[in-house]
Design a protein around this ligand. Sequence first.
Ligand code: GLA
Length: 389
Amino acid sequence: MYDINLLKSDFTELFKKDSESVFFSPGRVNLIGEHTDYNGGNVFPCALTIGTYAVVAKRDDNKVLVHSLNFKELGVIEFSLDNMVYEKEHNWANYPKGVIKTFESHGFNIPNGFEIIFYGNIPNGSGLSSSASLEVLMGTILNESFSLNIDMVDIVKMCQEAENKFIGVNCGIMDQFAIGMGKEGCAILLDCNTLKYSYSKLNLDGYKIVIGNTNKKRGLTDSKYNERRSECEDALDKIQTVKNITALGELTEKEFEEVKDCIGDPIKAKRAKHAVYENQRTLKAVKALKENNLELFGKLMNYSHISLRDDYEVTGIELDTLVELAWETEGVIGSRMTGAGFGGCTVSIVKDECIDNFKQTIAVKYKERIGYEPDFYVVSISDGTRKLG
Ligand code: GLA
């Protein structure tokens, strides 16, 4: 764990006063169930021990002063609780700002301002949800500091709303939910249509979760993401003319095959096929895990990647290379892209004694093909966002 005392002394030096409380919010990795959340399907993510820390003190006035050790060059960013508008030059601080604004719009009173220093050890732009981690962190700070007594699920929903409306990214609820509701050693099976969820203990005896970062520079992720969303919405509209459903996640594979011709557009039909099959695959994977059938779980992870590559078309040469190299490496149970795609990270389940070889051989071959090296993180599963002291 990161040394919080360092953060506290940075706070005292910067704001010339002592901090009052410390918070932590994890990053997340999704094991299976990709691009299903906004299609009313199931996801199976978990919260990580890497994440975002915050040290906080309240002020007597209306000012909010925030600083991030990850963006030191931007200095202290200041805004007032009376003027909560998106400002481009406020950069990363628009995330906490959006959360404060959303809380206020739901009638929660934030009586005074505060100072915060943030520090995150989630690699930036890796697709492990550093932004959702920051949002749920801000929501939890408000909840605890001003005794708002809000349930975590409601904090999660407001953070998603902040991302949708204030930031303008039309994300589903998976990231904020995994981060807020995470549980040590467990993945969460979440039905995004009903928000019913259950925890599954990950019995990975002899295996670990290894995240591979393609290190691809972030490109058109947000616009492509929104495009996939509307392609699925269009497909749903068409299916609704022949079948009474509210989301693609309600269909079995067989039901989809019976109605798919009404979609018309072959691209949109492929997108909808992924959403339906991936949702069913997620349920099968969780069942396999419960039955201690890690082999099958891994195979389903691989099929998930293939569907994201061929039908949903959100992978790209970097993710495909990293995953295909993993498939041919000894000791790998399964490997797939994780998160929104187009870059970012892969998730693999790898046998303990094979991890060193996994990292070394894949790094060399990936560099040969792509031109630069990937990074690897062996991760553990943590509890959700919380006050540390
Ligand atoms: C991003 C979004 C999530 C989800 C994934 C894809 O991480 O924020 O809501 O849609 O992509 O599964």
